[in-house]
Design a protein around this ligand. Structure first.
Ligand SMILES: Nc1ncnc2c1ncn2[C@@H]1O[C@H](COP(=O)(O)OP(=O)(O)O)[C@@H](O)[C@H]1O
Ligand SMILES: [Mg+2]
Length: 235
């Protein structure tokens, strides 16, 4: 029974704390936060600006290390990995989506999607075809040759989602991915993420400050002043 429960848990933060040191001032951005996230779960992180959402997402995504406490990804204690091992794990396990789509302006949609593979020399014809299929699947099959500035915000964010999917990660972390979109497009993008989460059993952890967006997820974690205020089950 215990083994099964561990198998289902894909991410865990154990009493993580984050202290930022700037000049001589220290700022405690996260105070003793613990969370367990199961495979295929769709979780939103809510809270006002400055509450620690990005800090927490960066720790969960292993982009940054906690000052205290531990983050486990698929049962692996990431505090025991060096930076190189960590970047390999991150590349295999986690896709990222950001509020500012972070696309390369001089590359086409298709090239942006295969970029994570080009880095490893894996931009093979098969993978190009796969990238085309993903873009098609998420509704921008006609835009694959366009540059970011030739696309709407919603289309650009879909390219970023396709790029996050190209390595078939079991986890996607999104830091306010709908933050720059109008409410209708935001809902479309959220529903796309929900569909992908269900169809591909991808675990989604999405930060947002929009309660309506959060209401579409299974569970919302409310943060305030660097602590978890409450967990809310939406359905
Ligand atoms: N690199 C940093 N150095 C110092 N303080 C930071 C740094 N990053 C974030 N903070 C502070 O930590 C707090 C939480 O920030 P953040 O995690 O970005 O919150 P949110 O994403 O919810 O807006 C804020 O008060 C912010 O000013
Ligand atoms: Mg933030």
């Amino acid at each position: 029974m215990v083994a099964k429960r561990e198998e289902e848990e894909v991410m865990r933060a154990d009493s993580v704390q984050k202290v930022y040191f700037s000049k001589k001032v220290q700022y405690i951005a996260l105070k003793d936060v613990s969370v367990s996230i199961k495979k295929g779960e769709f979780v939103t992180i809510l809270g006002p600006s400055g509450s620690g959402k990005t800090t927490f997402m960066n720790l969960l995504g292993t982009l940054d290390r906690p000052t205290k406490g531990k983050v486990f990804i698929d049962g692996v204690d990431t505090s025991e990995l060096d930076n190189n091992q960590l970047s390999i794990l991150r590349n295999r396990k986690i896709g990222f989506i950001f509020q500012s789509y972070n696309l390369v302006p001089y590359l086409s949609a298709l090239e942006n999607v295969i970029l994570p593979l080009m880095v490893e020399g894996r931009d093979t014809p098969d993978n190009l075809e796969r990238a085309r299929n993903i873009l098609e699947e998420i509704g921008i099959g006609n835009e694959i040759n366009k540059k970011p500035n030739e696309m709407s915000g919603g289309q650009q964010q879909r390219v970023a989602i396709a790029r996050a999917l190209i390595n078939e990660p079991p986890i996607i972390i999104g830091d306010e991915p709908t933050g720059n979109l109008d409410s209708k497009t935001a809902e479309l993008v959220m529903n796309l993420l929900i569909r992908l989460s269900k169809e591909k059993r991808i675990t989604m952890v999405i930060a947002t400050h929009d309660p309506e967006v959060a209401g579409l997820s299974q569970r919302s974690i409310y943060m305030k002043d660097g602590v978890i205020e409450k967990h809310v089950r939406n359905k």
